[in-house]
Design a protein around this ligand. Structure first.
Ligand SMILES: [Mg+2]
Length: 251
């Protein structure tokens, strides 16, 4: 079973409309409505304005407004809470059932999932490409929910694997490892970066193949967390959680 904790205030491109999502499924996935959507529906029905995530890529003004209203942080907290619960569920062996095979593994995306490029990109007024520049030039701060989730997972003997579309090369790998460490990700982990030979491949294809390779190598991916639909779309995880990100879209 592959459960997607979709961030439903703004459905990811190519997904069915909200109405179709409720109780509906898309191939290979079973979807559940989050509390966030319920809140929006309730608010809509009583005419209360909700500061919601603007569709990506949003204007600098809209991105700042979402951030400064505190809604982005709130939405992060909601999704990380779901992620934490899903992790517990995936690790619970029901009475009378056999422990599932494979090494329990947590997959985290890096940019705007584990590390935040917001402050750096804001200085560049969110011009297209600013996040990519930030990723390879600045030490970015941790996103607390992701760091807490990583710590919890490792404590529960879950293997931590970062899968990022940052390009694989010696310099960027060293820079990324250093940033993760400085930000607080000091626990044992693996880091998968996008090889130059497949630079033209979409993030979705590269990341899906990377997860499948891990499974082939004996992993059981209990949870996959990312800020882009392309982090999650290929399945190959028991649970998947989508974080908000109005700044950009990576396919
Ligand atoms: Mg990302």
């Amino acid at each position: 079973m592959h459960v997607v904790r979709a961030y439903l205030r703004h459905r990811p491109v190519g997904w069915p409309a909200h109405g179709a999502l409720v109780g509906d499924t898309v191939p290979g996935m079973s979807l559940r409505v989050t509390a966030a959507l319920t809140a929006v529906l309730v608010a809509a029905s009583v005419g209360v304005a909700v500061a919601e995530e603007p569709a990506a890529p949003a204007s600098a003004t809209a991105i700042r407004a979402y951030h400064d209203s505190g809604e982005w942080a709130k939405d992060f907290a909601t999704q990380f809470k779901l992620a934490s619960k899903d992790l517990d569920k995936a690790l619970t062996v029901k009475k009378g059932k056999k422990k599932p095979k494979g090494t329990p593994t947590l997959i985290l995306d890096i940019d705007d999932t584990s590390l935040s490029s917001y402050d750096c990109a804001a200085k560049k007024d969110f011009i297209p490409g600013s996040n990519g520049i930030c990723a390879v030039t600045e030490n970015l701060p941790a996103i607390k929910g992701a760091l807490d989730l990583a710590k919890k997972a490792v404590k529960k003997k879950v293997k931590l694997v970062f899968i990022t579309a940052r390009p694989e090369n010696e310099t960027i790998r060293a820079f990324t490892e250093k940033n993760l460490k400085v930000a607080g990700y000091t626990m044992k982990h693996a880091l998968t970066m996008k090889p130059s030979g497949i630079a033209a491949e979409t993030s979705a294809a590269y990341k899906t193949a990377a997860r499948k390779a891990l499974i082939k190598g004996g992993a059981r991916i209990v949870l996959n967390v990312g800020d882009q639909q392309s982090d999650l779309s290929g399945g190959a995880a028991q649970y998947a959680v989508k974080l908000p990100n109005p700044m950009y879209v990576n396919k």
